[in-house]
Design a binder for this molecule. Structure first.
Ligand code: ATP
Ligand code: MG
Length: 260
């Protein structure tokens, strides 16, 4: 997968639709979403609660399947993989930071980070990555603690570390700064940014926070399961400006919906 004009982007989504429930309880979580995310690109997805952000990440991670459309990650159509192959593929290529951390409660921070390497039968030198990452995340002095002995922010950082440890092609982060103070949030954004810039990883970050979205190359605005706009953070002077634009996009879409 070297450079070349015809190389597929690490994430390519076409016509993705997903509903939950049936009959009057049916919720259309995603409606005909298409997007490409390149190597070294950091995409932010912003949208109101319930707009389909987590559903989109879960579909790209192959944790759930679409009603219609395709998800191609690192050149692989996820629908073509059986359960076992999908698990192995996900372990190698996708790092996921869940909205609710999903750390293993009985394991220390250090072992939570080590787990993906062990599951992928990677030992030896790669274990050095665990210590490096713990240092970068400011968790070195917490490495022997279990998740229930950590603050929300520390758990969040441990979850980011676990997603990064295998050096995956794609990192999907669902509200990774949701429980962080602004200084820790900035540190985490810098980390995600450098993974994209310096290591060519593809990053998709779901956030409510315009200050986090400002770190991305591109911001996709999702509402009621549809992409309603795409913003370039470089066109905004401050997170407040980006936030104001986001609110205007949502209001405009609601007016259009009311008139339709
Ligand atoms: N497993 C499920 N069963 C039924 N409905 C679901 C399920 N998962 C999501 N939904 C519904 O699909 C819609 C989109 O949910 P999703 O979790 O993707 O939203 P979100 O944008 O991540 O919201 P938030 O910002 O609150 O995390 C919501 O209306 C939600 O209630
Ligand atoms: Mg969500």
């Amino acid at each position: 997968m070297n450079s070349g004009p015809e190389v597929a982007p690490p994430v390519s989504v076409r016509g993705l639709s997903k509903s939950f429930g049936v009959g009057p309880n049916k919720v259309r979580a995603l409606r005909d979403v298409s997007l490409d995310v390149s190597a070294g690109e950091h995409l932010a997805v912003i949208g109101p609660s319930g707009s389909g952000k987590s559903t989109l990440l879960h579909l790209i991670a192959g944790l759930t399947f679409a009603d219609a459309g395709t998800v191609v990650v690192a050149g692989q159509d996820l629908a073509d993989l059986g359960d076992h192959a999908l698990t192995t593929f996900r372990r190698r290529h996708v790092g996921m930071v869940f909205q609710a951390y999903n750390l293993v409660p009985t394991l220390s921070v250090q072992d939570n980070l080590r787990l993906p390497l062990l599951l992928d039968r990677r030992h030896g030198p790669e274990n050095g990555r665990v210590e490096t990452l713990l240092r970068v995340l400011g968790l070195l002095d917490r490495q022997r603690h279990r998740p229930d002995q950590l603050s929300g922010g520390e758990q969040q950082r441990a979850a980011v570390g676990r997603a990064m440890i295998t050096n995956p092609t794609v990192i999907l982060a669902d509200e990774p700064t949701g429980n962080l103070d602004s200084s820790s949030s900035r540190t985490l954004c810098e980390l995600l940014h450098s993974l994209a810039r310096e290591h060519g990883r593809t990053i998709i970050t779901v956030t409510h926070d315009p200050a986090v979205a400002m770190w991305a190359d591109r911001v996709m605005v999702l509402k009621d399961g549809r992409i309603v706009d795409t913003l370039r953070p470089s066109a905004f002077a401050s997170p407040a400006e980006l936030g104001a634009r986001f609110l205007a996009v949502i209001a405009r879409d609601e007016e259009a919906g009311a008139c339709a």
